[in-house]
Design a binder for this molecule. Structure first.
Ligand code: NAD
Length: 416
């Protein structure tokens, strides 16, 4: 993680749009603070027999519009402020997409790369039991995020279900298909991103068939984004990176070959048909579309001016600082903001939850169609506001989202 505190960044975004909308300072203050924050310190027995105490968080930012929703992250740099910021971004994302949820996020400070599968399972199950009083299918529904996956969700679902005494598939999304997962969830974030990139290209009169792409992060979001942009949208993916470094081939990389290389060697680096590049070089690659799909705070004041892509599609949450945003806007770069660009994930999570509550499952065709319709209509709404209000897409998306949340809060009124 970089230098900017992600929570301060998230608050700045709310303050600037809140004031633009003429919201009262007391309303902005309320929207800037998470409703509920739970910190848990809990023991886990490691494989060598010793006991280690882990710290985890679950933060629920706002539930005016419905139960809370948001991923769980396992990373050494997880902090309460990071989880707060991520929970706020979930609130705006669900509102932009018109999903009946508020925002939440969770995380554990740990290094999953240095833990065995058994240790990860014990840590996940104990964490679930520690946060059990605030999660549930009608309260707060976790999902995968950085270094958590469908297996992690299966353990959470099982732990929760064992505690209440019956299977509760709707307590998490991003589960394996066998226990109530949804078709299309794995690639949903990236498929949604592809749809909005196609919309953006149409508006900018860019032909995707002759466009080049650089992707930072080659995990769930980055890998599927590279794959879909190459194979379905027809772009040429020329650079990708992961935590160990990046690779570049101006003639194009085959994402599947890179995926196989990463599976075999553990990283994208040293791929034989490409040259190794640094993380900074990846971001500054001369390309049409840049997809940051790793962590927050990577496009900053220091490097924003060096970004050459005409479109930045934020697969990651919070990759661009407000200062960098201003620089990109002045340069004429179109930034498709995280709360729209990566909203395909929570959208198909919503589909999964609806299917789980009904115990009635949809075909992949139906999922893709519903996802495409929602992404397209949300992009059109955000783009429409950006035109009429003469603001960038992020400001437009925030304007729509904040208004939705405030309207819902006003309709419910204040308790008591
Ligand atoms: P993941 O754990 O599957 O992948 C993360 C990737 O980032 C890995 O390839 C890792 O090597 C790479 N990485 C880590 N540090 C890096 C660095 N400094 N430079 C370059 N690469 C680095 O995680 P994910 O689920 O793909 O999430 C990635 C981002 O997308 C996060 O910001 C997450 O919040 C966001 N996101 C994820 C989803 C989802 O459905 N998984 C949905 C919306 C947003």
């Amino acid at each position: 993680m970089g230098q900017e505190n992600p929570y301060q960044m998230a608050v700045k975004q709310v303050q600037s749009v809140g004031r633009l909308l003429g919201l009262k300072e007391e309303t902005i203050d309320g929207l800037s603070k998470p409703r509920r924050e739970l910190t848990v310190n809990f023991p886990v027995r490691m494989d060598d027999g010793h006991v280690r105490t882990f710290t985890g968080f679950r933060v629920q930012h706002n539930h005016a519009r419905g139960p809370c929703k948001g991923g769980i992250r396992y990373h050494p740099n997880v902090s309460l402020d990071e989880v707060r910021a991520l929970s706020m971004w979930m609130t705006w994302k669900c509102a932009v997409m018109g999903l009946p949820y508020g925002g939440a996020k969770g995380g554990i400070i740990c290094n999953p790369k240095e833990m065995s599968k058994n240790e990860l399972e014990r840590m996940t199950r104990r964490f679930t039991s520690e946060i059990m009083m605030i999660i549930g299918p009608h309260k707060d529904i976790p999902a995968p995020d950085v270094y958590t996956d469908s297996q992690t969700m299966a353990w959470i679902m099982d732990t929760y279900s064992m505690s209440v005494g019956y299977p509760v598939p709707g307590v998490v999304t991003g589960k394996p298909l066998e226990i109530g997962g949804s078709k299309g969830r794995d690639e949903a974030t990236s498929r949604g991103l592809m749809y909005v990139v196609q919309d953006a290209a149409r508006i900018l009169n860019i032909d995707l068939k002759s466009s080049t792409v650089a992707v930072q992060g080659f995990g769930n979001v980055g890998w599927h984004a590279a794959r879909l942009l190459a194979y379905e949208a027809g772009c040429k993916v020329i650079a990708v990176s992961d935590s160990s470094g990046g690779i570049l081939n101006e003639n194009g990389l085959d994402p599947l070959e890179v995926f196989e290389h990463k599976r075999a060697t553990g990283s994208v680096k040293d791929f034989e048909r490409a040259e190794n590049i640094t993380q900074e070089e990846l971001l500054e690659t001369d390309c049409t579309i840049l997809v940051p799909a790793a962590l927050e705070d990577v496009i900053r004041r220091e490097n924003a001016d060096l970004i050459k892509a005409g479109i930045v599609a934020e697969g990651a949450n919070g990759p661009t600082t407000p200062e960098a945003d201003r620089i990109l806007r002045e340069k004429g770069t179109m930034v498709i903001p995280d709360i729209l660009a990566n909203a395909g994930g929570v959208t198909v999570s919503y589909f999964e939850w609806v299917q789980d509550l009904q115990f009635f499952f949809w075909s992949i065709e139906e999922i893709k169609k519903r996802l495409k319709d929602l992404m397209r209509s949300s992009f059109a709404a955000v783009h429409g506001v950006s035109k009429t209000q003469e603001v960038d897409l992020r400001t437009a998306a925030y304007m729509l989202a904040l208004k939705e949340v405030v309207r819902a809060a006003e309709a419910r009124g204040m308790f008591p």
